[in-house]
Design a protein around this ligand. Structure first.
Ligand SMILES: Nc1ncnc2c1ncn2[C@@H]1O[C@H](COP(=O)(O)OP(=O)(O)OP(=O)(O)O)[C@@H](O)[C@H]1O
Length: 279
């Protein structure tokens, strides 16, 4: 009989079970199931509005699915008490799209924030940990006293990453980590996602529109499709495989996305705006 230890290690870190999310009459996710094993980096791609961020929010317990459940290491975060949720949430690191730094705090205070909230640490330990995390993302000690507004977009993203990593999370969630960055800084972020995984054995979920990111960092790519474009019996996951398999995928919808072709979209958008009442 397997020990309790081996049973929990074998359990997928993330288990999305038959999840549907609906806002009023708008259905965004329908019967979505996905398991992410420990150590995997999974990129979730798909056109704007298909529900990628909604999925991420369901995962961290910020949003309760209309039906189905999302398990993190076997626990449904949306059912936990506040105390239990806090305990589980510190096992997750979240790099938000805009880095979501506290503007009124210095870089040092931003990175130190989770430590001060959740760990019993001395000022000296905080300082050492903050500097070590900043060095890891390629930022010098001199940024510690700066405010986020004094930094470039790429630096802010890296401060956000340092802050997300400071409590040694087991799962990192990256929401469009390269959006708005030049190709070189995008690649720096890709490299950091890869080194985070290598050095800390972190499981990763990366939401991205950037096909270079998907190719470089992913073990697995999952493509979601907007529900209004699907028939009731079709799965919302229209691709699930390696980046190499993605390249070879013949599905027209997948090819259109990875090549960045508007296809019939522009015509559809014009038609739907023509149907809108004039203001
Ligand atoms: N709290 C909410 N209340 C109502 N509708 C919402 C809410 N959150 C998301 N939506 C809707 O759900 C749909 C999916 O949104 P979501 O942000 O997940 O898309 P996405 O795939 O992440 O898009 P993008 O790539 O543009 O960020 C959108 O139509 C959005 O308007």
């Amino acid at each position: 009989m397997p020990s309790r230890e081996s049973t929990s290690r074998d359990r997928p870190l993330v288990d999305i079970r038959d999840v549907s999310v609906q806002f009023g009459t708008q259905r965004v996710l329908r019967n979505l199931s996905l398991t992410i094993p420990r150590g995997q980096t999974c990129c979730i791609i798909g056109e704007s509005g298909c529900g990628k961020t909604v999925l991420l929010k369901s995962l961290v317990g910020l949003l309760r699915p209309t039906s189905g459940e999302v398990l993190f290491d076997g626990k449904n975060l949306s059912r936990l008490s506040d105390k239990e949720l806090t305990r589980e949430r510190i096992r997750l690191g979240y790099l938000f799209q805009n880095a979501a730094l506290f503007d009124s705090m210095t870089v040092g205070q931003n990175v130190a924030f989770p430590l001060r909230q959740h760990r019993q640490v001395t000022d000296k330990q905080v300082q050492e940990l903050v500097l070590a995390r900043l060095a890891e993302v390629g930022l010098p000690d001199t940024v510690v006293t700066k405010k986020p507004a004094e930094l470039s977009g790429g630096m802010r993203k890296r401060v956000g990453l340092a802050r997300a990593l400071v409590l040694n999370p087991e799962l990192m969630l990256y929401d469009e980590p390269t959006t708005g960055l030049d190709p070189i800084m995008s690649d720096v972020i890709n490299e950091l996602i890869m080194s985070t995984r290598r050095h800390h054995n972190v499981t990763g979920i990366v939401i991205t529109h950037d096909m270079r990111t998907a190719h470089k960092v992913a073990d697995r790519v999952v493509m979601l499709y907007p529900l209004p474009r699907l028939s009731p019996e079709e799965s919302q996951v229209i691709f699930d495989g390696t980046p190499e398999e993605l390249e070879r995928c013949k599905d027209r919808r997948v090819r259109q996305f990875i090549r960045g072709e508007a296809g019939e979209r522009l015509m559809e958008l014009r038609q739907s705006s023509a149907m809108m009442p004039a203001h």
